[in-house]
Design a protein around this ligand. Structure first.
Ligand SMILES: [Zn+2]
Length: 292
């Protein structure tokens, strides 16, 4: 047990928010408690299991050469920041098998590096010419990495034990004129407000933190970066919206069939609201270091 006595984002005093179980992979019924910081709105898993690795699938960090059906999501993510960075060197933190890096070559990012924990993924990327640091500690792993024009953390920050330290370390690797890209679940989303513990993107206990956009933006600003773009409606964000509601819908309805029907109706009616402001279930934020 590692109770979070103080908020990792601001030092505030968190209060209990909700309980959730792993209903997707391990399904062992263990109850996980999440807290919320009343000052900054960060959610944190309170009772982090000692065997957290057991809650990941064996191939959680590796899916071979990448699923081609996800190509449009990778192109969508690249289009959120490629125009700002203009190509050059890209550093992907927690890239899995490196599918985003491979797609990034088509956007001018031909000099590539990665910090990744999975040995098979690292091997695959080395074969692709990516300069790889293989480590389970991304903060330490970033130490000797060269600064890049684009530093990307896509659905990584919510999984790590020290998200603020990782943000600061990642920001320090952004060249003047370059960008830091952070994609992560949005605790201020419409779907989370409704679904709470049954929100798909709580994903207990794998998601250790749910970080409000303002928290991430403030940390990036203190590292010298400016927030040039934030969206919840990039293709990946829309995909996350589609998957956000179903655990909640199945839980409130008496049968699986009626649950799936409710999920479909809610997704259709909420879709319009989710596209306004930053109400989508995942945000992608782009932070730029001013040119020298
Ligand atoms: Zn806080």
């Amino acid at each position: 047990m590692h109770p979070q006595m103080t908020c990792v984002s601001c030092g505030g005093s968190p209060v209990k928010a909700f309980e959730a179980t792993d209903d997707y992979l391990r399904r062992d019924g263990v109850v996980f408690t999440y807290s919320r910081c009343p000052v900054c709105g960060t959610y944190a898993l309170v009772n982090r299991p000692e065997n957290l690795g057991d809650y990941y699938a064996d191939d959680a960090y590796y899916d071979g050469t990448g699923d081609a059906s996800q190509d449009h999501l990778r192109r969508g993510l690249l289009s959120t920041f490629a125009p700002w960075a203009g190509g050059g060197r890209m550093l992907d933190i927690g890239p899995g098998n490196g599918a985003l890096l491979r797609e990034a070559r088509n956007h001018g990012f031909t000099d590539q590096s990665a910090v990744e924990r999975d040995a098979r993924s690292c091997e695959l990327m080395r074969g692709d010419g990516v300069s790889v640091v293989e480590t389970a500690d991304p903060v330490a792993g970033l130490d000797g990495v060269e600064p890049a024009d684009a530093v990307v953390m896509a659905h990584v920050i919510e999984h790590v034990e020290e998200p603020m330290e990782l943000l600061t370390a990642a920001a320090s690797k952004v060249k003047p004129g370059g960008v830091l890209v952070v994609a992560t679940p949005n605790p201020e989303s419409l779907s989370f407000k409704v679904c709470r513990s049954r929100w798909r993107h709580v994903d207990a206990p794998r998601h250790l933190f749910l970080l409000p956009h303002a928290v991430v933006a403030d940390r990036a600003r203190r590292a010298g970066l400016e927030n040039v773009r934030t969206t919840t409606t990039d293709p990946s964000g829309l995909e996350c919206n589609r998957g956000a509601w179903w655990p909640w819908a199945l839980n409130v309805m008496p049968t699986k069939r009626s649950g799936h029907n409710l999920d479909r109706v809610v997704r259709r009616s909420a879709g319009i609201l989710e596209r306004r402001g930053l109400r989508g279930s995942t945000y992608t934020a782009v932070f730029r270091r001013p040119p020298a």
